[in-house]
Design a protein. Structure first.
Length: 202
C-alpha cells in the first residue's frame, strides 16, 4: 500500500511553491489560501497525514510566523502533522513534538548529536522522528559548513540512532512535479534497510 502525503511549504506564515524553472529553485509566489484552510481541505479529501516544510528556518531566517501557522494546522485537523524545519538541538525537537507535531524531520542532528538523538528516540519513539536528506547523485547535501556525505552513510548513522524511516529528496527531481526516480528509491531502501518516504517533485 502507498500512502500519499499532501505537503505545503511555508514562508512568513504563508504557502509558497518551489520549481526548478525558478532561479536556484526559488520560491514562486505566496498563495492566499491560509495553510490551515488547505490542511482542512486535504483532510476533507481523506489525507491521513499533512507534511509541512518551514522554508524560512531552512534558510536561517526567522521562522516564528511559520511556527504559528503550524500550530494553526495542528489545531485544524485530526491527523498527524509531519514537520521539516531547521532543528539543530534535541531540545528544539522536544519542543516541537510537545507542541503537537507528530513527526519531526531531522538532518544535521544525526551528524552533530547522535547520542542525544538516541535519547530522543527512547523518549518519543522512532515513529515520531525521521532523518531527512536532500541528495544529488547519491551524495547528501547539508548546510555549507558540512561536507557532502553519501546517502547510504547518512542512513547508516540514522539507523544507529534507532531511526527506521528516512525522508529522501533528490535535487534532480525536486520541483519538477514529474515524480521521483524510482530506481534511486529502490537503491537507497535496499542498501539502507530503512523505510523510505519520497519527497519533492511528486
Amino acid at each position: 500500500m502507498i500512502l500519499i502525503i499532501p505537503s505545503m511549504e511555508l514562508v512568513q506564515g504563508r504557502r509558497t511553491r518551489r520549481t526548478q524553472t525558478s532561479a536556484d529553485g526559488a520560491d514562486v509566489g505566496l498563495m492566499d489560501l491560509a495553510p490551515s484552510a488547505l490542511a482542512r481541505l486535504r483532510r476533507a479529501e481523506n489525507a491521513k497525514t499533512i507534511h509541512v516544510t518551514d522554508r524560512d528556518s531552512m534558510r536561517g531566517d526567522d521562522g516564528s510566523a511559520n511556527r504559528r501557522a503550524v500550530q494553526d494546522i495542528i489545531q485544524s485537523v485530526d491527523v498527524p502533522v509531519q514537520l521539516a524545519t531547521d532543528v539543530r538541538t534535541v531540545r528544539a525537537c522536544s519542543e516541537r513534538l510537545d507542541e503537537g507535531v507528530f513527526r519531526i524531520i531531522v538532518s544535521t542532528l544525526v551528524l552533530d548529536d547522535p547520542e542525544g538523538l538516541r535519547s530522543l528516540v527512547d523518549e518519543y519513539t522512532s515513529s515520531r522522528i525521521a532523518p531527512g536528506i536532500r541528495a544529488h547523485a547519491g551524495m547528501g547535501r547539508f548546510r555549507h559548513e558540512y561536507p557532502a556525505l553519501r546517502d547510504t552513510e547518512f542512513a547508516a548513522m540514522a539507523r544507529d540512532c534507532g531511526l527506521q524511516r528516512m525522508v529522501y529528496l533528490d535535487a534532480a527531481w525536486e520541483g519538477t512535479y514529474e515524480g521521483p526516480d524510482v530506481e534511486t528509491l529502490r537503491r537507497i531502501a535496499r542498501e539502507s534497510g530503512m523505510r523510505i518516504t519520497a519527497a519533492g517533485g511528486i
